[in-house]
Design a binder for this molecule. Sequence first.
Ligand SMILES: Cc1cc2nc3c(=O)[nH]c(=O)nc-3n(C[C@H](O)[C@H](O)[C@H](O)COP(=O)(O)OP(=O)(O)OC[C@H]3O[C@@H](n4cnc5c(N)ncnc54)[C@H](O)[C@@H]3O)c2cc1C
Length: 501
Amino acid sequence: MLGKRNEIDQLADQQWDLLVIGGGITGAGVMLEAARRGLKVLLVEQRDYAWGTSSRSSKMVHGGLRYIAQGDVKLTRHSLLERERLLKELPGLVERATYLFPLRKGVFPGRWPMKAVLWLYDFLAGIRDHRYLSLQQVKERAPALNTDGLTGAMCYTDALTDDCRLVMRTLLEATRHGGVAENYLQVTSVAREEQGFSVSLHDLVSDQKRTVQAKQVVNATGAWADRFSGSEARVRPLRGSHLFVDPERLPVSDCLTVMHPEDGRPVFVFPWEGVTCVGTTDLDHPQDMDIEASASNQEVEYLLTLINSQFPGRAISREDVFATIAGVRPVIASGKGGDPSKERRDHAVWGDNGVVTVSGGKLTTFRLIALDALLATGLISEGEHRKGQKTKAAMYSKLEAAPPAVDEFLHANQDDDDFFDWLLEQEAVQHLDDLMLRRTRLGLTRPQAGVAVLERRREQIKAALGWDDERWEKELSRYLDIHQQFYGVPVAPVVDNRKAG
Ligand SMILES: Cc1cc2nc3c(=O)[nH]c(=O)nc-3n(C[C@H](O)[C@H](O)[C@H](O)COP(=O)(O)OP(=O)(O)OC[C@H]3O[C@@H](n4cnc5c(N)ncnc54)[C@H](O)[C@@H]3O)c2cc1C
């Protein structure tokens, strides 16, 4: 159960086998794999579940064509096998999607190199799902696409998900096995003791502070990992931003990989939960990690330039963008600096002060990452780790009392009465932003931050969460402020074209 908040005293009274810091997909995966094995596990998240990078990805459960092109066959193969597993286990939350890679005269890669890469990609996944589309077929499927030099497209399949809902589904599953998770519970320090660790917690809901004891600690704080790793900084924080565009202004039916006209970087334009999603950027993020990441004006400009070069008839502007989102990738630095897009994307597990730190990697491979972290704690043996990597056993079970939207979120009406009842009762909503930006995506996929939904559901939410009018007003203003500052569209700087003198 995630719905009922535990008193911090109750948590402090117990001896935990494992404490997991961080409620993103990595922490959720570690919690599930540990709880399934009968370990007594507590996960704590400083803000909301999936508030970090795991609500801000490109939503792809994929092998990553880019990685195979970089020669990283092992990462691609593991990712593809995990993709196939998730497609089978969570239909409706992880769904196969069609991707188009438009081919243009004189632009690398052409048809035959792409065909070779896709053959290998499908082979590693154990499927055969790619083909060539003629120019006419591409025009029919993507009528607004720029046809300059277009000769056809390679068509293949990968998968899409809702990253937040994947985290929630994994946490819900872990609690079924007896795991305990709390959001808005921040770790302030970790001290090594003879018998394990003493971890100081600050409950940001009740403003209480306590210390809990755990035999092992996994630091799954992603881009924040260096704070508890005890080693020199290893994470190179790289920011990636996306735009959520009005689908009536920019309709697409497939996931398109298009090249940016300025630097030739591939960017995705794809249909997601009723809107058109465009991204990502990839740049260093030297900003304070205590401040929520947001898309800069230059990133918005960069993505709009891409859209208007690829869909020239659409004249898409900032007014057509419902929302933006920015995430910080916990990339394990090569130490060489250089082009962010060339840094490797696999995960690392290390632990020089006894705390096992796990960072980097992908959403797609969270199960394998979790097993590696558990092996490093010594809570599972090498044999269990090997068995876990290869097992065909199901990870998820049916959630009996849950409305269909929990498991079929990608096709569900997010503004459904039963679903809202469930979210408010079962999914630890503390603030309106939890509900609008992460439990549902109504704040990203509806115009004006989805306030129409909030107005209509005001009494239901107040009653379920025990809020009076004053609390409601405070929450509404908090949500709208957060939306405007971190998920809004930055105002374009005024360019003064008047000539001096
Ligand atoms: C732009 C972008 C696009 C991406 N696209 C894809 C994709 O399409 N497919 C894919 O597979 N992967 C993708 N990724 C990678 C993927 O999103 C990440 O690898 C993954 O989400 C990392 O999850 P995590 O749990 O390690 O980190 P996070 O999700 O960041 O979780 C760490 C959590 O730790 C919490 N925390 C920090 N400090 C404390 C503390 N003191 N106490 C308690 N909690 C704390 C944070 O609040 C945070 O919620 C993308 C990443 C980015 C940035």
